[in-house]
Design a protein around this ligand. Sequence first.
Ligand code: ZN
Ligand code: ZN
Length: 281
Amino acid sequence: MHLLVPKVGKMYLSSLFYCLNRKTSLVSNNQQGDPLPQGGRRDDHSLWPVAILILPIPSPWWSGPTDLSKIHTLVVGQLQTNCYVVESNSHALIVDPGDEPERILRFVKDLNVTITCIVATHTHFDHVLGVDGVRIVTKTPFLIHRDDLSMLESMQSRVRQFMGFEVPPPPKVDGYLKDGELLKLGDKTIRVLHTPGHSPGSISLSGEGYVLTGDALFNQSIGRTDLPGGDLQTLVQSIKERLFKLGDETIVYPGHGPETTIGDEKLANPFVGKAGRLQIG
Ligand SMILES: [Zn+2]
Ligand SMILES: [Zn+2]
């Protein structure tokens, strides 16, 4: 569709996509009564005039908001993990249900969508504690990258050792995702990118105009690599050779904190940006 759009129209269209995507996140959080994550979302209103200006313009290339994947954010658990519900054409994927499964279930029920699967970007406890609660009701498979299986299996002892508290047994895995694999969601596809470094089996999920990066890349930061299975050089390579190859306008939805874009992080990320302190690889 974009190929048919004149240059100016294309620019305006992507602005509108940006508005709708961001607004969706804002609405989702407010519906759940969450505090907004620090910084980053309240200024979204500034783009609404652009959307209002272009909405009434009749155009042969306008195909409406059903063409979008919507990214809903629910901040869950004690480490304030971003659980994402990616929605497209009445289907949805639940990514990183890190806690509060009842709240996630209430949210997807209100969306009135068919859940296709549950995916963890990696298997640290703060991304998987809600999996069983969500799976038992949605009856959908739980998928991870195989390289994170051993970390999942030892979740209880690791949390006891590093965090000092008890967690329930880890969820069972129903299937494994490979680098390059395509997940179908309605009429959209989401590509699995293996982005290890924060953990061996960390993955990112790349869709049209967005990428979910788990704990690999954050707004102005990168994932920690001091936990077992972490490796700094591998993480920097994952970010620079995989994530930074995506378009600059790509919206980054990280595992914690506010969204950003690939372009902003390439420029200003203090670790892996243009003048960042880590220039490995
Ligand atoms: Zn993590
Ligand atoms: Zn995390």
